[in-house]
Design a protein. Structure first.
Length: 103
């Protein structure tokens, strides 16, 4: 069974998955969970989701070993269909990032 909420972090500066990126996930009820991406830069965030606002904060400054520009990257999103799968990829370098709703 696949997770209802997942992420994949890709290191665009090095052209590879970003393994070991720490993140915090804030759920609609205000509780927070933490984790890190696996060797392929992926993480299962939740097997069950509720409708509401979520926030993922990625510790990219720690991953890149510098905090010259980006340190923490917040991604806020809304889940409207609690039965659907939501995938939140992050493409990141020390100086820029992009995200989208993946599949």
């Amino acid at each position: 069974m696949s997770a209802k909420l997942s992420t994949h972090v890709l290191d665009t500066a090095r052209g590879r998955p970003a393994a070991g990126v720490a993140f915090d996930l804030t759920l609609p009820d205000g509780s927070t969970t933490s984790g890190t991406t696996d060797a392929d830069g992926r993480a299962r965030l939740a097997d069950e989701t509720a409708a509401g606002e979520y926030e993922l904060v990625f510790a990219v400054g720690d991953y890149f070993g510098e905090r010259a520009f980006l340190d923490r990257v917040p991604v806020r999103f809304t889940i409207t269909d609690a039965d659907a799968h939501y995938h939140v990829p992050l493409l990141v370098s020390p100086f820029a990032y992009s995200t989208y709703r993946g599949s």
